[in-house]
Design a protein around this ligand. Structure first.
Ligand SMILES: [Zn+2]
Length: 271
């Protein structure tokens, strides 16, 4: 099976899934049909121009068999190439294929795309992880065909999760999770969500209208004096807004967030 679309990097595969408790697929999607036997091909085998097999899963944690989607691997290679071309930096893959057993052990959501070998978590090798960087990376994922895209908080290490989900996320332009904001009695705000890949805390960026204030990242937020409206992006893909005097639980639009707030340009130095 060739993993890079141009037939240059091909590995022998076997039918599966393997008969082992770690490889039990119980979701509505069938288990991957073709598997790589690590013992046969070796972890150093190339699966695409700049990816060795061992970069796309955790070699010390996973079992003998690995499944990878050729279309996702070739898209990941294109994302890496584009990122390098634009920034001169590399991408570090922090998670790729996880067997269902391993995925459960690390707290991944059941039926995570990681168990199908078409989801990858990664970050720039520079360690830069502000919202413009994340949005640029999510944009590359979109351009290269990943239809499930989420960004995780810098507070927890941070990464983007880009996957090819045949079923749920981004159906009808909606992201695959719910989010809402809650205003506490003391006037502070808190972000909450459900149904998101449980890989950490989603990136949470708060902004206000009515007064000039820099965006703030974090789970909770206290609006500055004079603000008329509170705005929040969740995972850099869902969008919420509420008038400053709102009460209770305000659901977010889980349609795509509005266009990225101008990334590259530096704001003129104020005072
Ligand atoms: Zn992920």
């Amino acid at each position: 099976m060739c993993f890079d679309g141009d037939g240059a990097h091909c590995l022998p595969v076997i039918p599966g899934p393997p008969a082992d408790p770690d490889y039990q697929y119980t979701g509505r999607f069938p288990a991957p049909a073709r598997w790589i036997d690590r013992d046969r091909v070796g972890d150093g085998a190339k699966v695409a121009a700049s990816f060795a097999l061992k970069e796309l899963f955790n070699p010390s944690a996973e079992g003998r068999f690995v499944a990878l989607s050729p279309s996702a691997v070739s898209a990941l290679q294109r994302v890496r190439d584009d990122w390098h071309q634009r920034t001169g930096a590399g991408l570090r893959i922090t998670s790729g294929f996880r067997s269902p057993g391993r995925n459960a052990a690390v707290g991944g959501v059941a039926n995570s795309r990681h168990t199908y070998g078409d989801a990858f978590d990664f970050k720039p090798t520079t360690g830069q992880w502000d919202q413009p960087t994340r949005l640029a990376m999510l944009q590359l994922c979109k351009a290269h065909g990943f239809n499930e895209r989420l960004a995780y908080s810098p507070a927890k290490g941070g990464h983007v999760h880009c996957a090819m989900d045949p079923g749920q996320a981004w159906r009808d332009g909606k992201v695959g999770f719910d989010a809402w904001i809650v205003r506490a009695e003391d006037g502070s705000w808190k972000a909450e969500w459900a149904g998101l890949e449980a890989e950490g805390e989603p990136a949470l960026v708060w902004r206000v209208e009515g007064v000039e204030a820099p965006p703030v990242e974090g789970l909770t937020f206290t609006a500055p004096e004079g603000a008329s409206k509170v705005l929040l992006t969740v995972a850099d893909v869902a969008f919420c807004e509420a008038p400053i005097d709102a009460t209770g639980r305000i659901p977010c639009e889980t349609n795509a967030a509005p266009a990225a707030p101008a990334p590259a340009e530096k704001a003129p130095a104020s005072k």
